[in-house]
Ligand binder design. Structure first.
Ligand code: PLP
Length: 423
């Protein structure tokens, strides 16, 4: 696409955008009385205007029906997770039996590790990316220790080469190959939170399987951002949160995926609870856990309805918008952002920024900008002028223009701020 750095061109792109009307379905945070330039949907997605009513519906049923809301409510709470399954499954390219909405992201990963990280004296190692999101580092370290292994020995990290920021795909595959006789699990993110690098989930999974390992993913920055085909790619398990690209509110309920090939495998160890027990038998209160088939059998507790209700209304928006449109617009916004940044770098010598996110197909809608030692000053200037972006120590600005509510015009204005920045 040929871009121009003008307001007219940005507005024309917005008019041609099939998702343009979706912005109206969200509250845009205000700065100095104006709509902010909100580029942190990768950290906390914005509030759908329908969220309050969705919660209110459940509060009303609780108020009027009390416990009877479990079966008599407008959206009976007993089955509530099922109202979300189909739309959540579409976002990650899964079959409904493979997905369940429950708990929180890190908790889901721990529960899935119970079933899918099953080290033996010969095969006990885990391959993951270096400098993963901290929760993933703690997750893997504590799991390894729980099984009696030493993290220094059992965790193999794939690192960027000297002077590089992203991982080379071939380095990931080669590391798996090198360790193929001692590997229990390959565990990666789908999109690296710091660099915005999109990993090749399909080939990492193939390689892991060819080397005898189980393969799982943390899709926190991938769900609702990039095209995913978890079923087709044969991924064993995955989990994601709903408050980043999925706009379901701070700390909202998370998602989990278990491939259909494991759906009826009752030999897998798991930590069980009554909500994962076979539905017809759930209220018989008998001994002996019989799991529901598929991902639903990993549930433990009854669902947090208030948070589920917001996630449900957000998933309905994704269903209306369509993941294909979202992915396509995400790439266009990203390309336009890169274009205005490069223009600003050419015309304004006071700014020093380097894009460390690799090019397509290794990126989603996020761009990570490495700054020089004055980066924090630049960031503070942007903040003062209505930009809500994300500063990550030591010196990276992360920006995610989000297809459902960001506009090309947002990006144009951001470019103008960069162009006119003075120290
Ligand atoms: C955001 C994020 C988390 C957060 O975990 P919670 O359990 O939801 O607090 C974990 N891992 C990754 C990769 C993330 O990006």
């Amino acid at each position: 696409m040929n871009f121009e750095n003008s307001l007219f061109h940005a507005q024309a792109l917005d008019q041609a955008d099939v998702l343009n009307s979706f912005r109206n379905q969200f509250f845009i945070p205000q700065v100095n009385g104006n709509d902010s330039l909100y580029f942190t949907g990768n950290s906390l997605g914005l509030q759908p205007k329908a969220a309050a009513e969705a919660i209110q519906t459940e509060l009303e049923d609780w108020k009027n029906l009390g416990v009877e809301g479990h079966f008599e409510g407008k959206n009976p709470w007993f089955h509530y997770h099922k109202f979300l399954t189909e739309n959540a499954a579409k976002i990650v390219g899964a079959k409904p039996i493979e997905v369940v909405v429950m708990n929180q992201l890190t908790s889901n990963l721990h529960f899935l590790f119970v079933s899918f990280y099953r080290p033996s004296s010969k095969r006990y190692k885990i391959i993951m990316e270096a400098a993963a999101f901290p929760s993933d580092m703690y997750l893997v370290e504590s799991q390894v220790k729980f099984h009696g292994y030493n993290p220094e020995d059992a965790i193999i990290e794939v690192k960027p080469r000297a002077g590089e920021y992203a991982l080379r795909h071939e380095d990931i595959l080669n590391t798996i190959e090198t360790h193929k006789d001692e590997l229990a699990l390959v565990f990666f993110s789908g999109v690296q939170y710091y660099t915005g690098q999109v990993f090749n989930i399909k080939e990492i999974t193939q390689k892991g399987h060819a080397c005898g390992a189980v393969v799982g993913f943390d899709l926190a920055h991938a769900a609702g951002n990039i095209a995913l085909k978890l079923n087709e790619w044969q991924v064993d398990f995955a989990a994601w949160c709903s408050y980043k690209y999925l706009n379901s509110g701070p700390g909202s309920v998370a998602g989990a995926f278990v491939h259909e090939k494991h759906a009826n495998d009752n030999t897998l160890p798991r930590f069980a609870g009554w909500w994962g027990h076979h539905e017809d038998e759930r209220f018989k209160m008998l001994k002996g856990f019989i799991p529901e088939a598929g991902a639903a059998g990993w549930q433990l507790s009854n669902a947090p309805i208030l948070s589920m209700s917001v996630h449900k209304c957000s998933l309905d928006i994704f269903e209306k918008a369509g993941m294909e449109n979202i992915v396509k617009k995400g790439q266009q916004l990203n390309a336009f952002l890169q274009f205005v940044i490069e223009e600003a770098l050419q015309s304004n010598m006071t700014i020093q920024l380097k894009i460390i996110t690799p090019a397509l197909p290794e990126r989603g809608c996020q761009i990570s900008l490495l700054t020089d030692e004055n980066g924090k000053e630049l960031f503070d200037y942007l903040t003062k002028n209505g930009v809500i972006a994300d500063w990550r120590n030591p010196n990276v600005i992360r920006m995610a223009p989000v297809p459902l509510y960001n506009t090309f015009e947002d990006i144009y204005h951001f470019g103008q701020l960069l162009k006119t920045y003075k120290k």
